[in-house]
Write a protein that binds this ligand. Structure first.
Ligand SMILES: [Fe+2]
Ligand SMILES: [Fe+2]
Length: 211
């Protein structure tokens, strides 16, 4: 059992200090992992039925910190990437929107650094595969369209709105997690950034509608 359990438990976050082999949440397993006889009057089945509040809190804290590191990577990536979008945009309105959002994005990076300080954690970026993919998609739009055409700008707006929607989902989730964990200061910071991402998204819609 010990041998097979180490293989089965590989999805447990490495920082989940309180997750010993005797304290596992039921979500770690699929129903096909064990036959019902494995659980008969075992200590493990009792623990799985009622995960302790410690176990739940540890999972949320790790998820929260991982998500902050993810969006920190994403925002830094955008600071490097937005100048390409500014250069590629044809309409002055779109260029201005991207230019303004580059400055706003720099403040998002600074706010996340504030959150790391609040949490007493060192700044750390964790590669965000989603943001990397969205950026590659944006580069694909530039490669496949002709500069100065409505198609180029429409493609750039679509690419940028996908980025904004990723950020909106991330900051909405982070604000909710921060609130759940009792960190109202961090929740306020995320909500401030969330509102700015929503404004950027709305502005891109307005520009698209005026084309
Ligand atoms: Fe942002
Ligand atoms: Fe943004």
């Amino acid at each position: 059992m010990a041998k097979s359990s180490s293989k089965t438990h590989k999805t447990i976050p490495s920082k989940s200090k309180n997750l010993s082999s005797s304290k596992l949440s039921s979500s770690e397993f699929s129903s096909s992992d064990f036959s019902s006889s494995d659980f008969a009057s075992s200590e493990l089945s009792d623990e799985m039925a009622t995960p302790s509040s410690d176990t739940i809190d540890t999972g949320l804290t790790d998820l929260f910190l991982d998500s902050v590191k993810d969006i920190y990577w994403a925002e830094n990536h955008l600071v490097k990437n937005l100048p390409k979008m500014i250069k590629a945009a044809g309409s002055a309105d779109l260029q201005n929107a991207f230019t303004d959002h580059l400055e706003v994005t720099k403040t998002h990076v600074a706010r996340l650094e504030e959150v790391f300080e609040l949490l007493g954690e060192k700044r750390q970026a964790k590669k965000c595969d989603a943001m990397e993919g969205l950026s590659i998609e944006g580069e694909g739009v530039i490669e496949s369209t002709i500069a100065g055409t409505p198609a180029r700008d429409a493609g750039l707006i679509m690419a940028a709105q996908k980025v904004e929607h990723y950020e909106i989902a991330s900051y909405g989730g982070l604000a909710a997690l921060a609130t759940k964990l009792g960190n109202t200061q961090a929740a306020d910071i995320f909500n401030t950034t969330l509102a700015e991402e929503q404004d950027a998204d709305a502005l891109l819609t307005t520009i698209a509608q005026s084309m």
